[in-house]
Write a protein that binds this ligand. Structure first.
Ligand code: 5AD
Ligand code: SF4
Length: 478
């Protein structure tokens, strides 16, 4: 693994260089097409978070640009797994699927297999792949995804596996091809990496230090997306609340939100993820003032015990967290709150768990992602002695899940009968007479409509709550 990805080029020079590789790769693919006597297909499979989903759109952008035809089928001629390593089971899934892929490759001489993403930033993983998964063609990490076309060319010119992993980078390369999964909405990276080092989390080790994009680049990208039919953006960062701190001319996330809110034609703005320790009063004000910002905040709690939060290195305690929730609800009464919670962090006692349960009952989250603590080698928590008893952790996890689900159902039901604003997103896949849209709080609503409504906002009466989604009808007073 090399230390820092620097080759002396600026971002713009690198973009130009990569377009040369894209052109070259196009010729290699055309050659392969001729040999095969047919178009070649590609499949990008994403594990993990929204950040990875966005990276996959970049991978697919390059693959389709050089001539591959997209397919969901892993029998494709080019299969790439964009991996996640936040929990151990994410790694196991990848090894399992690689076993399958090797059989496909035996039958298809044109097939190439690539692996990238967070899991590849772990040296032990790369060693295992080098030794035991020799049929893999290309391995790269999170910092050099922009070099995909170049690495592909390298592989086409060589007989053996290409591995290119960097520990970190200070470069942001803009304007490479992207193929969006959805026509009407898109993720937009506003920053990369994380500086927080929560003691359980592997992300800072695999995604490197925090780097923010320039506001003008973000605005330009969103304007381009809107011109291309996008009406909703999700601003992405591991901790959006520390956006802009390392820019030459620092800008806060609240300021960025206000700028994005001004973009004409854009209908909705979402963002993810907010770290409670950096959530400013100005952000709450910006959310209240900006009409396009959705009334939804994902605010990871992780634990309700101040003692555990301290060992987790989260830099807030239970009271501070509850104060933020109170301020958010005072400013935006109908805001939806969602969260992440870890059960079974080393040393977590019955009392600690009860405190988490208490916070969950008090906040009444609209939904919550609950995770069993997973030991990640290299993180401080992995070296802690008092790892919890798995049976006890399972019992706590089940109790928490039950509580979270009961509260979610109650919260969803409370909106039944209400008239709310819905963004029409797509034609329903099962019933073409229905349009599927989303509420500001991210819940799904199906209602009678026609495709010309897509991309517009409507007042919809939520006639029936079906648990996780609603059936509705356009309100008379729309
Ligand atoms: N074990 C379990 N869950 C984890 N998360 C991060 N690291 C771990 C881990 N080692 C969870 C956190 C984070 C979410 C994306 O994943 O709750 O917010
Ligand atoms: Fe991991 Fe904490 Fe960074 Fe989130 S803020 S990615 S939990 S280290």
């Amino acid at each position: 693994m090399r230390d820092l990805e620097i080759n002396g080029l600026t971002g713009e020079e690198e973009t130009r260089r990569q377009y040369e590789y894209i052109e070259k790769a196009r010729q290699y693919v055309a050659q392969k097409e001729k040999e095969a006597g047919r178009k070649l297909t590609c499949c990008v499979h994403t594990f993990g978070c929204q950040m990875n989903a966005r990276d996959s759109e970049k991978l697919l952008g390059i693959l389709t640009d050089i001539g591959y035809v997209e397919t969901e089928d892993e029998h494709a001629d080019f299969v790439i797994y964009n991996t996640c390593t936040v929990r151990e089971n994410a790694n196991n899934k990848v090894y399992g699927r690689l076993g399958y892929l090797s059989n496909f490759k035996k039958k298809n001489p044109h097939m190439m297999i690539a692996l990238c993403g967070c899991m590849m930033q772990e040296p032990t993983v790369v060693e295992k792949i080098r030794k035991s998964y020799r049929f893999v063609d290309l391995v790269f990490g999170t910092h050099n995804i922009y070099k995909f076309a170049e690495l592909l060319c390298n592989r086409m010119e060589s007989d053996s596996m290409i591995i290119d992993i960097w520990k970190d980078t200070d470069k942001i390369v803009e304007d490479l091809p992207i193929r969006r999964k959805f026509s009407f909405k898109s993720g937009v990276n506003i920053m990369f990496g994380c500086n927080n080092f929560c003691s359980y989390c592997i992300v800072p080790y695999v995604r490197g230090r925090e780097r923010s994009r320039e506001p003008k680049d973000i605005i330009r990208e969103i304007e381009g997306l809107v011109a291309d039919g996008v009406c909703e953006v999700m601003l992405l960062g591991q901790n959006v609340n520390s956006y802009g701190k390392n820019l030459e001319q620092p800008v806060t996330f609240a300021e960025l939100l206000r700028e994005v809110n001004k973009i004409e034609g854009l209908k909705r703005i979402r963002f993810m993820t907010s770290h409670p320790k950096d959530l400013s009063d100005d952000l709450i004000l910006a959310m209240k003032e900006c009409d396009k910002v959705c009334k939804h905040m994902h605010l990871p709690l992780q634990s309700g015990s101040s003692r555990i939060l301290k060992i987790m290195n989260r830099h807030y305690d239970k009271e501070q967290y509850l104060t933020i929730v109170k301020k958010l609800r005072e400013a935006i009464p109908d805001i939806a709150l969602t969260t992440d919670i870890i059960v079974g962090f080393p040393g977590e006692t019955e009392e600690d768990f009860q405190e988490t349960l208490e916070v969950v009952k008090q906040v009444e989250y609209d939904s919550a992602f609950t995770f069993i603590y997973s030991k990640r080698t290299g993180t401080p928590a992995a070296a802690m002695e008092d790892q919890c008893d798995p049976a006890e952790v399972k019992r706590h996890f089940d109790l928490l899940l039950k509580e979270v689900q009961q509260i979610s159902a109650k919260k969803a039901m409370a909106l039944e009968g209400k008239v709310m604003e819905v963004l029409a997103e797509e034609q329903n896949t099962q019933d073409a007479s229905l349009i599927t849209g989303r509420l500001s709080n991210n819940s799904v609503v199906h209602f009678p409509g026609t495709p010309d409504m897509i991309g517009k906002l409507f007042m919809v009466k939520l006639t029936e709550c079906k648990g996780f989604y609603y059936l509705g009808e356009i309100a008379e007073n729309a």
